[in-house]
Write a protein that binds this ligand. Structure first.
Ligand code: FES
Ligand SMILES: [Fe+2]
Length: 402
């Protein structure tokens, strides 16, 4: 029965997913399918972790705003007249209409239903015909606000006001990808899609070095072979982890020429130019860093077996000014689209398989190092939250390196 899986035995069993990769098992299939587990996961992960919601460049001017949603929470990110970024709930504090949708530039947010007006900082500034309402203090009403942090041009929010800052826990990832100078990188508008699989199915596919030259075998991907994957170790305190994947020739790029067709990011070293880098900031951000193009994926869980994803690309500053840019980008995106279609076929079928009574707790190849690091990010959060919710004391802390 749904919900029955949440037990001490179940959460103890997750420890086998945190062993060294040569001994570890995959997570139980129910972690990807079960409605009660998803509700639990909201508290274990999404209510307390930093969640990527977009790019600073989407709100570059005072009054700019965009909306998004994750785990069913509608969110507004806005830049105030004082040039501060604010993240807040989009839910009107009158009768729960959404005060903003889409994106744009505004002086504030007028709820379409009864015209309550909120400032760009979320404070209620006007509420018509409320003068006869007893004990109604306009100044006490505001859209609930969230923590906000920016990292390499990405905006992260946190529903937990007491969450420790993110950037110090991403120092190793930031160091590794510093040559790309992502804060200064530019990009065309994103694409957003809805998908019928658990968010971890997609996150793991983005992480996965093992399938590179199996599922994607052929001239569009063979220059990034699985055997050239490596996984720098990460520790329990790290909020993200990396995969480096050597390429068979320098300046490789996902297009039929297999070579960069856009300007190479100017800060890249020889080492960077002979590999691709995959950076993961669970539970929402995956980066695929190539020489001439960075793909960013913002994953947004919407249910136990559904998610949305924003897919964007970033290029070197100035690259978009070249009149041939759209055509060169097309070369990459046409090839990348074929690769992504293979991945999505797998994601959809894996979700079907995970629902089966025959779905396994499988074993890993050494080329799945990032899956092990993902499990070592997930499982302690799951187990600690289960202990907290069930009133059990936490065990002594150990500082592990994976
Ligand atoms: S629901 Fe927003 S003003 Fe009534
Ligand atoms: Fe893939």
């Amino acid at each position: 029965m749904p919900g029955d899986i949440l037990s001490d035995v179940f959460f103890d069993s997750l420890s086998s997913s945190t062993l060294g990769l040569d001994r570890a098992q995959t997570l139980p299939p129910a972690c990807y399918t079960d409605g009660a587990f998803y509700e639990f996961e909201k508290e274990a992960l999404f209510n307390h972790e930093w969640l990527c919601v977009g790019r600073e460049s989407w709100v570059s001017q005072p009054g700019d705003y965009f909306t998004t949603q994750i785990i069913g929470e509608p969110i507004i990110v806005a830049r105030t007249r004082q040039n501060e970024l604010k993240a807040m709930s989009a839910v009107c504090q009158h009768r729960a209409m959404l005060v903003a949708e889409g994106r744009g530039n505004a002086r504030g947010f007028v709820c379409p239903y009864h015209h309550w007006v909120y400032g760009l900082d979320g404070k209620l500034v006007n509420a018509p015909a409320m003068e006869r309402t007893c004990d109604f203090d306009k100044k006490a009403v505001r859209l609930p606000t969230f923590g906000l942090e920016t990292w390499l041009g990405f905006i992260f929010i946190n529903f937990d006001a007491d969450a420790p800052p993110l950037a110090p826990r991403l120092a190793a990832v930031a160091d590794a990808i510093a040559p790309y100078d992502l804060a200064a990188a530019e990009g065309p508008p994103i694409m957003t899609g809805s998908f019928a699989w658990n968010w971890k199915v997609m996150f793991e596919n983005n992480n996965d070095g093992y399938h590179a030259n199996k599922l994607h075998q052929g001239p569009l991907h063979d220059f990034v072979p699985s055997e050239l994957a490596s996984f720098p170790p990460s520790g329990a305190a790290d909020a993200g982890f990396l995969r480096f994947n050597g390429t068979t020739h320098p300046d490789a790029s996902f297009n039929p020429t297999q070579k960069a067709v856009l300007p190479i990011f100017p800060g890249l070293t020889e080492i960077d130019r002979n590999r691709m880098t995959f950076a993961n900031v669970p539970p929402t951000l995956s980066l695929v860093l190539g020489n001439d193009l960075v793909i960013f994926l913002i994953l947004r869980a919407t249910g136990p077996e559904t998610m949305e994803q924003d897919t964007g690309v970033l290029v070197a500053p100035g690259a978009m000014a070249d009149p041939s840019f759209p055509h060169r980008l097309d070369m990459i995106m046409t090839s990348a689209g074929k690769i992504i279609a293979q991945d999505m076929h797998v994601d959809a079928r894996v979700q079907v398989g995970l629902r089966s009574r025959f779905a396994p707790r499988g074993r890993y190849s050494w080329q799945e190092g990032a899956q092990g690091q993902f499990n070592n990010w997930l499982v302690p959060r799951y187990q600690q939250t289960w202990r907290r919710l069930s009133g059990k004391p936490a065990p002594r802390k150990r500082e592990a390196v994976f």
